[in-house]
Design a protein around this ligand. Sequence first.
Ligand SMILES: [Cu+2]
Length: 508
Amino acid sequence: MTSLLIILCLALIGIVVVQIGRLTELAGSIRGEGETQLEINATQGKMMLAFMVIFLPACAISALYYQDSILGYGPHTSASDHGALIDSSFNITLFFTGIVFFLTHIALFWFSYKYSGKTNAKAAFMPHDNKLELIWTAIPAIVMFYLVSDGLVTWNKVMADVPVDAVVGQDYTEIHAQGMQFAWNLRYPGPDGVLGATNYKMIDGSNPIGQDWNDIENLDDFHPSEIVLPVGKPVRVRITARDVLHNFYLPHFRVKMDAVPGMPTYFVFTPNTTTEEYRQRLGELDRNGDPKYPEWHEPADETEPDGPRRWEAFEYELACAELCGKGHFSMRRLVKIVSEEEYEEWLENQSSYYLTTIRNTDKDPFAGQLLDTEIKARKTEFTDNLQKALSSETDKIVKLKYISYETGSAKLTALSKYELDNVVAALNKYANLTIEVAGHTDNTGSEEANLALSQARAQTVADYLTGKGIGAERLRVVGYGQLKPTDTNATEIGRENNRRTEFEILTQ
Ligand SMILES: [Cu+2]
């Protein structure tokens, strides 16, 4: 209904304009063509002048009025080191083009008014003027030279890669952002600080970035759902695209770089304002205790008028600045800038994508093998348990959690050797240590068979130890069969816990 009314109004206005035009034409033909033309000229001239008086101040006033919403002004000063350079380049350019803008518009409208058609005036004819030519060539040339050279210097600083001798993981953090329709796949290097190799041919449902699992540097890489970075430390973002053009855009940090399929790009920047500091800036109060930027004190959620204010809910964000398809808008990701301590804490809580998703699946080239990190972790666990038993008065038993046998036999599995080597190392380290190696089973099968099996298994372990040069007199070998369960035999997990090899410290 409203739109119908608007259309009707517009149609009526159109008819009125046409009718006025006809009327003027009619009046003109009655009074004579020339006189009417002069009158129109004079009116147009005055209108031009009036337009200038309203339009130019309005330009300046609106810019000042909205200045707090513009990047680079008010609370929106840059949150990265290089951002200030970009903002200052923009300001210098705005200063010079602003002068030209105002001067040319004043000249345009003033002359339109002053020289609007008159019968008694005649245009002056000036074929050439060297002085004028010199002035209007030299001034723009000097200004342009300055703008271009300043821009070039800024550009080189902003686009600079990390120094050649900078060490990844120490001097700077390197992260990976891969654009796809429609998400950013983020990847962090994990504890080793180095991103593993990727190959687009390896991309599949379980490997979104195409990480090469044969490269051990990939094994600790993790895929966070948001970007978290420590304040004050340079970060180099590796930017790739999986399908079409995307654009890695962090407006608050003045970071913007195309993600191009087949052509990795990068951007190096140093965040210098934490999320919390930026929020404080938005929520700042003036001397009278009133909000400095009132729009940031409105509720963040309109349906919750008493909820957090907009400044409190503020988050930095990563957007895609390329119109990459209809789901383009959904490529938003949060960016959090935190203190070094908070960052370390966050890192601790992240887990490797390989270990959580790929490990021991058919995509894992290391399936059935132990990784160095796992060997180390098991050694630490063994040493801790041994120390506990050594210092305990009552509990002298160390469970050998990672020793296992082929089903129903006393043959050790290949991976048992790591735990056995830990035992060898312990016996070599503590020369007075004597132990009882004990085998245990669950209650499946006959008691005699279990006794025999546990005895055989304990013997295999002892044989391994003596084979490594441990004196047989330091070992007592016992098979307890099903007689000493530590858990229930009613459940599978309980039975698994009961099938075990352990040793007890006899003397130390
Ligand atoms: Cu995109």
